[in-house]
Design a protein around this ligand. Sequence first.
Ligand code: MN
Length: 233
Amino acid sequence: MRLIGVTPFQDEKTGRFAVNHDYLDAVHRAGALPVVLPLIAETEAWDEMLRRVDGVLLSGGADVEPGLYGEEKLPVCGDVSAVRDAAELGLCRMAIERDVPLLCICRGLQVLNVALGGTLYQDIAAQFGGPLTHPRNDTPRDPVHGVRAAADSRLFQITGLEEFRVNSRHHQAIKVLGKGLKCSARAEDGLIEGAELPSRRFVVGVQWHPESLSDRYPEAQALFDAFVRACRE
Ligand code: MN
């Protein structure tokens, strides 16, 4: 069985690491064994982790420190985690360097973008506006808005759908795409909801939470299935 490393979030108050079990269930359903990775910001640790796992899933969580993309932190920006930022940015860059498959979800997509030199809206409502409400944490497991996949994207290839509906639990989003990233999906308001790195075997990011839809929506589980397939190649 292939091993998929999943990054957790850190509760800064209690010092505990945790991960929403939906991620582990979706990976397991795809036929791989999920393992939760420690948040260590050391080259040697990233090297060891990437030798042992067949793919990495960067999961959702707190905001990325705006200083890491050259901006001052605004009051509208949420909580950040320096430990997690350092651990995930390094792991992400090394995984890309070594062409280890990456599935990047919500914050994971934002980490991927920042790792490649991109920038973020620190708050969608304050800096982008638009008619949609993207932080819909009141209904985390249900589709709340549509996305349109680019016809030539990996995402479209995987889901087989040009348009579908997704859940939405983010107040931040990609502003300027990182180097080499291609926009794979946009919401109805034009906001970037997906990006991928065509130069690598499998580096796919989505702004929504397919792990919380994958037990009921085949196009959401298809992302995990395609990711695990890429990890077997
Ligand atoms: Mn959204």
